[in-house]
Design a protein around this ligand. Structure first.
Ligand code: HEM
Length: 178
């Protein structure tokens, strides 16, 4: 039992360290490094729309996956959750590609909408950092068949992952509208 607890702890420490490294890399990628010239690649301007579509798809898959397990459909739940993970991984690639060519985008709205936008953006950024170890851990707990703990952790992972994907769409809509 003691041994199992220790290996569990070191697993969470490793997952958290990996997540921290991913986050540090993202901050450097978006805010630190020089952006490349994307003017000869017209598809770059389509990437925010693709990112928005991928975030929307993730949100739909997450709701579908959880409603399936509530009905007891374990195989469909597993398949839909794995698909949500793959869609999020594709999102990460298209997001990084976009930010390779384009640094951060300025929000031009003023007044109340500006406070609202930054509340959404900051909560989105903080929770996108929190969600990485939770998602990796929830998958790990499922693949190692630790169902009771999977259920406990997944009930935290699900709303956070859903919030991050929905607010990703909202940030895009705000940037396009103001
Ligand atoms: C990060 C991805 C995942 C999330 C967010 C997630 C979410 C959830 C949630 C919220 C529950 C509890 C439902 C309830 O309240 O009754 C649950 C249960 C369950 N999940 Fe997942 N899940 C994920 C991945 C997986 C995967 C990959 C598998 C299969 C390999 C899986 C298999 C199961 C099973 C079998 C249960 C039922 C456990 C039990 O009742 O004993 N899940 N999941």
């Amino acid at each position: 039992m003691e041994n199992q607890n220790n290996s569990f702890k070191s697993l969470w420490v490793s997952i958290s360290l990996i997540s921290l490294a991913i986050f540090a890399f993202l901050v450097w990628w978006i805010y630190g490094k020089e952006t490349a010239d994307g003017s000869s690649y017209p598809w770059v301007s389509a990437l925010p729309y693709i990112n928005c579509a991928l975030n929307s798809l993730t949100a739909i898959l997450l709701c579908l996956g959880v409603s399936l397990i509530k009905k007891g459909n374990k195989t469909a739940h597993r398949n839909v959750m794995i698909t949500a993970g793959v869609v999020s991984a594709i999102f990460l690639i298209t997001y990084l590609t976009y930010h390779h060519f384009q640094g951060d985008t300025k929000f031009l709205g003023q007044g109340f909408v500006r406070y609202l936008y930054f509340f959404i953006l900051i909560s989105h950024i903080i929770l996108s950092m929190v969600q990485v170890p939770l998602i990796l851990g929830t998958f790990y707990l499922a693949f190692t068949k630790k169902w009771a703990t999977h259920k406990k952790v997944a009930r935290i992972t699900f709303p956070i992952w859903l919030y991050v994907s929905i607010t990703g769409v909202l940030v895009f809509i705000f940037l396009k509208s103001f």
